[in-house]
Design a protein around this ligand. Structure first.
Ligand code: NAD
Ligand code: IPM
Ligand code: MN
Length: 350
């Protein structure tokens, strides 16, 4: 029987809770399918590791993760105890070192889950985020630290190769969906980097003439996503803009807790990373009320990536039926605990 080996990185706050939920559902899905096995190894990196060893992950954490078929992460960050740029560094390193350049973040509304927008039109879109360069490159420095003359420089890096491959990825994805692509930049103000995005889009367009293309600046995109979200299909943007837009698309579909993500190396030279879009949610951590949907749907994206499309579909259907049956956590208007909604999804699977 085929065996998939998964590295688990639960992280901080609600990370371990939603990761446990996803693993529980994945176990049920593989038992039900009977055609594949999933083996897990757990790495308690994050604040736990910091308390014991003085760093959030060991120096060789990339080498440790390299042999796995995929990596599943809960969430990282505990800003009250450690600055975010320290706790979050391994996550950004992982995305860049394993060339996980295609971050795919689907967001949709679900029957049974109230959304905040007046029109209530169904939303079904995917944010494709450039995940390996752009504004997240570790490139900069500070001068005259802690003086009135202090200078901080942080320079984004956008390469033609990087822009072209993410636009191709987004075009290809649009072809499997409603054939609409919206590219988000700020090329009216940032005239080098985002104008490169404009030029590469114009060059690729003729090869994807069957996909309709819209260009929006990030400010206009945030407005239009609130005003006419149902018109968006695939949205593509740089690392930072994709990050911002994926929290917004979480908000307009009802809760950030609903949204999954895949950080893909499409060439499969490295294990890909799967995680919910949300963070460690310190405001609700320890209460047992985190919405595990985003994590569970991330697990579905992961096994689909590993070739188990039927099991992925079974998980998605079980989640839909669970939400439609109004088994809801507090963030989406219910009263259930993380473990209760997880049990309901498992029951729907069986
Ligand atoms: P957050 O995503 O953790 O939380 C934002 C809001 O959404 C909070 O009110 C939270 O309670 C709510 N929320 C998020 N996930 C939820 C869920 N599953 N169920 C119910 N409600 C949910 O963002 P934040 O508060 O800005 O950041 C908290 C920490 O997480 C910070 O350290 C931040 O840097 C980090 N962070 C990590 C990741 C990641 O691990 N990939 C992503 C985003 C933020
Ligand atoms: C995300 C998060 C991360 C990001 C943080 C934790 C570095 O917000 O995955 O959306 O900005 O990429
Ligand atoms: Mn984010």
């Amino acid at each position: 029987m085929k065996t998939h080996r998964i590295a688990l990185y639960p992280g901080d706050g609600i990370g371990p809770d939603v990761l446990d939920a996803a693993v529980t559902v994945l176990r049920a899905a593989s038992t039900k399918a009977g055609t594949f096995r999933v083996e897990y190894e757990r790495f308690d990196w994050g604040m736990i590791h910091f308390d014991a060893h003085g760093q959030v992950a060991p120096d060789d954490f990339l080498a440790t993760l390299r042999p796995f078929d995929a990596i599943f992460l809960g969430a990282v960050g505990w800003p009250a105890r450690l600055p975010d740029h320290i706790t979050l560094a391994p996550l950004i390193r992982l995305r860049q070192a394993f060339d996980l350049y295609a971050c795919t973040r689907p967001a949709r509304t679900f029957p049974g889950v109230p959304g905040p927008l007046r029109s209530g039109a169904p939303i079904d879109l995917v944010v494709v985020r450039e995940n390996s360069e752009g504004e997240y490159v570790d490139n900069g420095g500070v001068l005259a630290v802690d003086t009135p003359n202090e200078v901080a420089l942080q320079t984004a890096v956008h390469t033609r190769r990087g822009v072209e491959r993410i636009l191709r990825f987004a075009f290809d994805l649009a072809r499997t969906r409603r054939r609409r692509l919206a590219m988000i930049t700020k090329s009216n103000a940032q005239r080098y980097a985002y104008v490169l995005w404009d030029r590469v889009l114009a060059e690729l367009g003729p090869q994807f003439a069957d996909v309709s293309v819209e260009k929006l600046h990030i400010d206009a995109a945030t407005l239009e996503l609130v005003r006419r979200p149902e018109t968006f299909d695939v949205i593509v943007g740089s690392n930072l803009f994709g990050d911002i837009l994926s929290d917004l698309t979480g908000g307009i579909t009802g809760s950030l807790g609903l949204n999954p993500s895949a950080n893909l190396n499409p060439e499969r030279r490295f294990p890909s990373l799967f995680e919910p879009v949300h963070g460690s949610a310190p405001d609700i951590a320890g209460k047992g009320i985190a919405n595990p949907t985003g994590a569970i749907l991330s697990a579905a994206m992961m096994i689909e990536w590993l070739g188990e499309a039927d099991a992925a579909l079974a998980i998605r259907n079980a989640v839909e039926r669970t939400l439609a049956g109004r088994h809801l956590t507090p963030d989406i208007g219910g009263t259930l605990l993380t473990t209760e909604i997880t049990a309901a999804v498992v029951q729907q699977l069986e």
